[in-house]
Ligand binder design. Sequence first.
Ligand SMILES: O=c1ccn([C@H]2C[C@H](O)[C@@H](CO)O2)c(=O)[nH]1
Ligand SMILES: [Zn+2]
Length: 135
Amino acid sequence: MTTVVVPDVLLDLARQAREMAYAPYSRFLVGAAVITRDGRQFTGCNVENASYGLCNCAERTALFSAVAAGCRPGDFAALAVIGDTPEPISPCGACRQVMSELCGEDMPVWMANLAGAVQQATVQALLPGSFRLAG
Ligand SMILES: O=c1ccn([C@H]2C[C@H](O)[C@@H](CO)O2)c(=O)[nH]1
Ligand SMILES: [Zn+2]
């Protein structure tokens, strides 16, 4: 059984997750949601820390939550992320690298802003030439 991903549903989950962001330093709230090929959904928000380098993005929170629940590379169908940016939010390099390892290269990433602008790109398009260990 393969789930048909409705971006609106995934974006709504990301929008709700954004409300949970812990961002006392940047005050920039981000939400993300991932759905697996068999329909499981996981959400994430950014989690900041006074030691700024420890801040974790919403995208990685969602993906790591899925991994903690047993998901593995090949399981993911789509990811959505939303922030209050002028254009659809663009994931940082660290999140692109994590997506590259955990998600298929053709997996769609839906990027949105609160105003309703939405863009879609594949993982491969977001990070061509990602780092991989041999093999
Ligand atoms: O795609 C993005 C971009 C930024 N952030 C977070 C990191 C930090 O907490 C705050 C400002 O960069 O937003 C995300 O969660 N996802
Ligand atoms: Zn990031």
